[in-house]
Structures are given as C-alpha cells and as structure tokens.
Design a protein around this ligand. Structure first.
Ligand SMILES: NC(=O)c1ccc[n+]([C@@H]2O[C@H](COP(=O)([O-])OP(=O)(O)OC[C@H]3O[C@@H](n4cnc5c(N)ncnc54)[C@H](OP(=O)(O)O)[C@@H]3O)[C@@H](O)[C@H]2O)c1
Length: 240
C-alpha cells in the first residue's frame, strides 16, 4: 500500500449507480471499498470490478444496522487506517406507484427514512473520525432533484412523498455537515445523478448508470478549491 493511493467507500455499490461510481473511482486509480449489505452481491461486484483491473474490496455494510456500520468502520480502520472518500449512495424508494402526501403510509415514510436519512447519518458519523485523518476528505451525499421544492414547482410528475422528503432531509443535512466541518479538510456535498435506468425506478429512467455516476465521481474528486455544502447535478451547482 502506498500513502498516495486514495481509499473510497461507496455504500450500496453492488449495483446501479453505486457500482458505476466504484468502477469510475477505481479506474482513476483509487482503492474502492464496495459497501454491500448482501455478501454474495458484494463479492460478485468485487469480482467483476477486479476483472476490469480495479482494486476493489467488499465491505459488508447495511446502513440501517448499527452493528454492521460499526463492523465496517473497524474493518476499514484495521486494514487501511483512514478513509478519503465516502459516497453515501445507498438509497431506496418503497412508493411504487407514487404516493401523494395525503395517502402516504407512515410505514413507507419510516422505512424510507431508515435507509435514506438515518442510515446516511449513521454511516457519516461513524466514518468521520477516519475521514478526518485524510488530507482531503470528501463526503458525497447522493440526493435527488425530487428533494428540491423549486424543481418540483409546476411539475406534472406525481409526488413520491416519502422519497422526496427523505432527499430534502439529505440536502439539509449536507449543508449542516458542511458548516460543521468548514475549516477542516473535509468537504461535504450533495449531488443528483439525474433520471437513471436502475432498479430503484423499475428501469424507467433515461440515463445509463455510468452516466449517472459521472456526477458522483466529479463531486467525490473535487479539489481543494471546490465547494462544500453544494447541491450539484450534471449542469453544475444548483441553488435550492
Ligand atoms: N436512479 C435514479 O434515477 C436516481 C435519481 C436520483 C437519485 N438516485 C439515487 O441514487 C442512489 C443509487 O440508486 P440507484 O438508482 O443506483 O438504485 P439501485 O440500483 O436500486 O441501487 C440501490 C443500492 O442501494 C443499496 N441499498 C439499499 N438499502 C440498503 C441498505 N440498508 N444498506 C446498504 N445498501 C442498501 C442496494 O443494495 P441491494 O442490492 O442489497 O438492495 C443497492 O446496491 C440512491 O440514493 C438513489 O436515491 C437515483
């Protein structure tokens, strides 16, 4: 191991945009830690990444399980000592078809928040000590334009209430973490990959997972002049 190789952990990296983010960061020469809650799916992703020349390792990680999060931190600390990039990519949408606020179930809201919001906070807080050891720590919170009120104004899309509200929370958390960590080497930004064909939307997106991952990769590799507390999509920084 050389001191200059960056280590990046991507949650939910066994498929979809997370997998392509792992591949893209690996192709930039980074060591990529494939966060996956299912051992077989995680190992399969690592195998494919390695076959493509990427230095990939499976980190078992269910973001909704504190024991799993603790074990992941232990594994990363023992083996690599620090973390340079954390991509909080794992996410779910349990509302299909879409649910208006007047008929969203509390179960759907709770389930969505468990992964998209509480899971993100649990993973971020647990890995922050390792990220602070990096000379240029980067946290990427994978959000969505569906969490931005201005983007939804006048939209004819049906509301996906729990999902949208969870991503709005992710956007606010991003600003709060960025403010708390201002003056440190750690930058925290949110991004939207766009409307991507993956399992989360039952394959109805428009972009490929690799195209969606491009934004995550860009935000994960911001240099010291880059923003913190920003929301970024493929068009650049977006006010919200
Ligand atoms: N696709 C889009 O159009 C779109 C648009 C905007 C934002 N996003 C965001 O992009 C991110 C990636 O989504 P995707 O489109 O690539 O969807 P996806 O193909 O369904 O992938 C989601 C990933 O998250 C993992 N995951 C779910 N719950 C988890 C948990 N509790 N612990 C650990 N991992 C968990 C899944 O693992 P399993 O395989 O084990 O289920 C999977 O690896 C999400 O945050 C999503 O909200 C997607």
């Amino acid at each position: 191991m050389t001191a200059t190789v960056k280590t990046a952990l991507i949650t939910g990296a066994n498929k979809g945009i997370g997998y392509e983010t792992a591949r893209g960061l690996g192709e930039l020469g980074m060591r990529v830690l494939v966060g996956a809650r299912d051992a077989a799916r995680g190992e399969a992703a690592v195998k494919t990444l390695r076959a493509g020349g990427v230095d990939a390792h499976h980190v078992p990680l269910d973001v909704t399980c504190q024991d799993s999060v603790r074990a992941a931190v232990h594994q990363v600390e023992e083996r690599w000592g620090r973390l340079d990039i954390l991509v909080n990519n794992a996410g779910i949408n349990v509302e299909w078809p879409a649910a208006q606020p007047s008929d969203v179930s509390l179960d759907a809201l709770r389930t969505t928040f468990e992964t998209n919001v509480y899971g993100l906070v649990a993973v971020t807080n647990a890995f922050l000590p390792l990220l602070r050891r990096s000379p240029a720590g980067r946290i990427v919170n994978v959000s969505s334009e569906m969490g931005i009120p201005a983007w939804l104004e006048g939209s004819e899309m049906p509301a996906i209430t729990g999902y949208s509200v969870s991503k709005a929370a992710v956007n606010m958390l991003t600003v709060l973490y960025a403010n708390e960590l201002r003056g440190t080497s750690v930058k925290v930004n949110a991004c939207s990959p766009g409307f991507v064909v993956t399992d989360i939307n039952h394959g109805v997106g428009q972009l490929t997972a690799a195209e969606g991952a491009a934004v995550e990769i860009r935000v994960a590799t911001l240099d010291s002049g880059g923003p913190t507390g920003a929301f970024v999509n493929d068009g650049g920084r977006m006010p919200w």
